[in-house]
Design a binder for this molecule. Structure first.
Ligand code: GLP
Length: 242
C-alpha cells in the first residue's frame, strides 16, 4: 500500500484521474470499476476533461459499478446507476454495451451477483477500481464484520451507512440493503485507488491504514494489498501517526 497525501481535493483528484487514464492508455481493453459517493466526484470530472484533451479512447474498455442500493428504482437520482451515467458514462461517451451495473431492483439478486462475478471472471479480473471509504470502514457495501472471502453479495446496511446514505437522495428513499462487489474482488483488482478527503474520514483512515487489520474495519485489509494506492487530502490524513 502506498499512501499519498495531497494539499487539497483538486490535487488529489488530478492524481486519481491520471492513474485511471494511465490504465486505459496501457490497455484500452481494461475493465474499470467505479464507486459513487462524494469522494470521486471531482476525479470523474477531471477524468472526462483529460480524456478528451488527450484524446484517450474509452470505446473498448468495460465498466462496472462497485455497488448499488437494493430496492431503489434506477429512475431515482441517488442510485449509483444514475450517478455513474451522469458523472462518467455519458460524458465519456461509454455505451450501454460496455457497462454492467448491479440492478438493485432485480427479482433475483443472487443471479445479479452471479452475473457480475462471471463478467469479472470473463474479463480476467478488474484492471482498475476506484473506491471510497465509509466512516465505519466499509468499502462498497462491505460492512464491518463482512466475510472477506465473499465475491458479489447482498448486505444489510449498518445504521451509520443508512444515515450517511440519506444525503445522496433528493427525495425520501428507504434504504436498508446494498448489493456490492466483495472485498476479494476489491483487493484483487490490479490497480486499487482509495480516495478520501475531509476531516470526517480522518479517524477511520487511521484505523484502516495504521490499525491491525480486522474484519471490523473491512478497509483495514488494504494494508495487505501491495498495489493499493491511498489518495487522501491533508484533513483526511490529519490523524495518521507520523
Ligand atoms: C457509500 C458507498 C460507497 C462509497 C462510500 C463513501 O455508502 N456505498 O461506495 O464509496 O459510502 O462515500 P463518500 O465518498 O460520499 O464519503
Amino acid at each position: 500500500m502506498t499512501i499519498r497525501v495531497f494539499e487539497d481535493t483538486e490535487q488529489l483528484a488530478s492524481a486519481a484521474a491520471e492513474a485511471i487514464l494511465d490504465t486505459v492508455k496501457a490497455n484500452p481493453y481494461s475493465l474499470l470499476c467505479f464507486a459513487t459517493g462524494n469522494s470521486p466526484v471531482r476525479t470523474y470530472q477531471l477524468l472526462t476533461e483529460n480524456a478528451f484533451r488527450e484524446n484517450i479512447d474509452f470505446t473498448r474498455c468495460r465498466c462496472i459499478g462497485l455497488d448499488e442500493w437494493v430496492q431503489v428504482p434506477r429512475t431515482n437520482s441517488g442510485t449509483c446507476y444514475h450517478l455513474l451515467r451522469e458523472q462518467l458514462f455519458i460524458p465519456l461517451g461509454i455505451k450501454e454495451s460496455q457497462i454492467l451495473l448491479f440492478d438493485g431492483m432485480a427479482q433475483d439478486l443472487e443471479q445479479e451477483c452471479s452475473k457480475m462475478n462471471s463478467f469479472i471472471q470473463a474479463q480476467s479480473g478488474v484492471d482498475c477500481i476506484v473506491v471510497g471509504i465509509g466512516t465505519n470502514g466499509h468499502i462498497g457495501f462491505n460492512e464491518p464484520g463482512v466475510d472477506m472471502n465473499l465475491q458479489a453479495h447482498v448486505q444489510d446496511l449498518h445504521e451509520s451507512t443508512v444515515k450517511a446514505g440519506a444525503h445522496y437522495f433528493s427525495q425520501p428513499t428507504v434504504i436498508s440493503r446494498g448489493i456490492t462487489l466483495g472485498m476479494t474482488q476489491v483487493l484483487g483488482a490490479r490497480k486499487l485507488l482509495l480516495l478520501a478527503n475531509g476531516k470526517s474520514k480522518a479517524a477511520i483512515l487511521r484505523a484502516s491504514l495504521q490499525g491491525i487489520p480486522t474484519r471490523k474495519v473491512p478497509a483495514s485489509f488494504i494494508q495487505q494489498a501491495d498495489h493499493a494506492m491511498v489518495l487522501i487530502d491533508k484533513e483526511a490524513a490529519s490523524e495518521l501517526y507520523q
